[in-house]
Design a protein around this ligand. Sequence first.
Ligand SMILES: CC(C)(COP(=O)(O)OP(=O)(O)OC[C@H]1O[C@@H](n2cnc3c(N)ncnc32)[C@H](O)[C@@H]1OP(=O)(O)O)[C@@H](O)C(=O)NCCC(=O)NCCS
Length: 164
Amino acid sequence: MSAFRLRDRVQAEDVMVLAAIARACGNFAEDEIAFVPEILAQLAAEGEAKSGYRLLVAEDDQGAAGFAIYGPIPATDHRYDLYWIATDPRAQGCGAGRLLLTESARRAAAEGATHLFIETETGKDYTPAHHLYEACGFPLIATVPDYYREGSGKAIYGGPLSGG
Ligand SMILES: CC(C)(COP(=O)(O)OP(=O)(O)OC[C@H]1O[C@@H](n2cnc3c(N)ncnc32)[C@H](O)[C@@H]1OP(=O)(O)O)[C@@H](O)C(=O)NCCC(=O)NCCS
């Protein structure tokens, strides 16, 4: 049984706490981390339907241990994107990532999503994330070389959701 509880309501402290988790991971640039408070502010102000964002936070006895942000991709037919997934280094390897990804996919499918995609970068050390996606049934489906910068491509994982 998982040691983590999930919540989907955004809380005031999330702006600081979830950005700190992203920063502690060590593989996101500051301009990427800056999107976390922006997204959370938009979600808090507009709600899920209007903002297009859904939040899941995995909590343990020490508070937030990880989070995922997902939602419908605008102008697509029931395609969803996993925009963010991160587990605090103190809690990595304990099942939070798997829980966040499988529950995001389950909830997306329950909303009517038929596909979930996850865009990531090839040139950085995202190996644990790539393993996680594959292990949860979201294989690598495309790469775009040099997408972000020379030597750093875009990798797209995902595909159809079974429970849609
Ligand atoms: C990717 C990440 C979210 C995984 O979170 P986690 O809570 O440690 O993951 P889990 O404990 O649930 O592990 C689930 C699966 O992920 C894979 N995995 C996790 N850490 C791994 C590692 N260090 N090396 C290889 N595979 C790993 C395994 O397949 C594992 O399955 P298993 O337990 O059956 O072997 C976490 O490593 C992280 O936050 N990384 C930094 C942020 C990041 O890169 N986010 C994605 C950006 S695209």
